[in-house]
Design a binder for this molecule. Structure first.
Ligand SMILES: *Cc1c(COP(=O)(O)O)cnc(C)c1O
Length: 453
């Protein structure tokens, strides 16, 4: 009988995060100062981010040590299990071996805590008193709330209004951990007031909430801003997922042919994929890396590679990325998360160089995959994670058709126990696919300033 779960001990928690930039032939283009359009200087970022995080953001060192305090806190739930999805394999009757890295076992229910803890740690170490951030469905806000409570930092979370009103449970989690949660757009910031003056019923977006949180942090010398995805330092922290998986696959005696992650801004995808992609970059290993996007927000497969802002108002540095444009908002009927308009700069460069395969998943297919997974493995996956499951299923069925044994590894980025309203919508038959047209994408992409020659 082969093992169902491959477990590591606390002593196996990695001692360093992996920075893939060190192994990239084409380094990512530099971020630009939004005023001067010149490459950003580290000092430009100091009012907004902790110094150590800026250092990591721009670093080209291959390995960056994980502070002892952070490794100690990782022990609360890490190392996470690597699970052989034998139930799913059986349901699909596939010769493929399917493995998933179960990041849903964290206290907040997702991978986000992997970066929330180090971000809070470095800010605390620098003497910062308060953090600000944004959150969509509340996963990042919840993770940072717990991290700030551990380190005794204050926290203000700008939560996208539609989620604030429709998804109260993560707001209550954040408040339980002591954070202040504000519905965005709000009247507390210039950015929020500007949006509300134009459109009093604006239901909010991640881009708007980022503008508000950045503005608040920049105005307070004792406060800094934090982001839960997209940026290089966030992706760096998430490589702990792939580094543990690497050891666990070795114990299983197998090597993945395909590594899959769902894709919002790219942190859990990069986290599981980069330590394996390293073998391809450094040793020519044959491996496919697939990013599972929602068809309603397909930045990698249908976006444009160009400099764009991380927020709606244009306060953040200009980042070179695959983007749908900073004004892009996915259709309201989209229930599966992963709503951010752009992809992190490292993944964007890797995609441009042909190392990443994006796949778009319509939402009915993603929830169908989620339900099959729930019934075969017991875990109800986060709506975001169902996109990765849908791709794993596609690849497992392809392996069956071709009569080939393939090893498939995906990141189960979170559980869906606080997202049951989306499942309700799916189960009641009220969910529809959304056909995003080229014209809609052009509306927000064509207005981007052309900076990349
Ligand atoms: C936030 C989130 C994502 C998307 O963010 P990435 O940075 O792309 O990983 C995916 N899954 C879950 C469960 C999340 O909370």
């Amino acid at each position: 009988m082969s093992a169902k779960k491959i477990l590591l001990g606390e002593k196996d928690i990695p001692t360093a995060w992996y920075n893939i930039v060190a192994d990239m032939q084409n380094k990512p283009l530099p971020p630009l100062n939004p005023q001067t359009k010149e490459p950003l200087k580290p000092e430009d970022l100091e009012p907004i981010f902790a110094k150590e995080l800026i250092h990591q953001e721009l670093s080209q060192e291959r390995w960056i040590e994980i502070p002892e305090e952070v490794r100690e806190l990782y022990k609360i739930w890490r190392p996470t299990p690597l699970v052989r999805a034998t139930g799913l394999e059986k349901a699909l009757d596939t010769p493929a071996h399917i493995y998933f890295k179960n990041e849903s076992v964290s206290p907040v229910g997702s991978h986000k805590l992997n970066s929330a803890l180090p971000q809070a740690f470095y800010n605390k170490k620098q003497g910062i008193k308060r953090l600000t951030t944004e959150t969509g469905a509340g996963q990042w806000g919840a993770a940072l709330s717990f991290a700030c409570s551990v380190f005794g930092l204050g926290l203000e979370v700008y939560m996208v209004k539609v989620s604030y009103n429709q998804k109260p449970y993560r707001r209550i989690m954040m408040q339980t951990w002591g954070a202040g949660v504000i519905s965005s757009p709000s009247t507390l910031t210039e950015a929020g007031r500007k949006i509300l003056a134009k459109d009093p019923n604006n239901s909010g977006s991640l881009g708007i909430a980022i503008s508000e949180a950045v503005e608040k942090a920049a105005a307070d010398p004792d406060a800094r801003y934090t982001l839960g995805s997209v940026l290089n330092h966030v992706i760096l922290h998430q490589t702990i997922i792939g580094l543990e998986s690497e050891k666990q696959m070795e114990i299983a005696g197998e090597y993945p042919d395909i590594v899959i992650g769902c894709f919002g801004g790219g942190s859990n995808f990069s986290g599981i994929a980069f330590p394996f992609l390293r073998h391809k970059l450094a040793a020519g290993k044959d491996i496919r890396i697939i990013a599972a996007e929602p068809a309603s927000c397909p930045k990698l497969s249908r976006g444009k590679f160009e400099y764009d802002y991380g927020d709606t108002v244009g306060l953040t540095p200009l980042l070179p990325m695959y983007t749908l444009g900073h004004d892009f908002q996915p259709a309201d009927i989209h229930a599966g998360g992963l709503r951010y308009h752009g992809a992190g700069t490292i993944v964007s460069q890797l995609h441009k160089d042909g190392y990443v395969e994006p796949v778009d998943i319509p939402q009915l297919e993603s929830f169908e995959a989620g339900q099959l997974f729930a019934n075969s493995e017991g875990i109800i996956p986060a709506p975001e994670s169902t996109h990765a499951i849908a791709v794993a299923i596609k690849e497992a069925l392809k392996a069956k058709e071709e009569g080939k044994q393939k090893n498939i590894l995906f990141s189960l980025s979170g559980h869906g126990l606080i997202d049951m309203a989306s499942y309700d919508q799916y189960l009641s038959g009220n969910m529809k696919n959304y056909q995003l047209t080229d014209e809609e994408i052009a509306k927000t992409v064509d207005s981007l300033e052309k900076i990349i020659k």
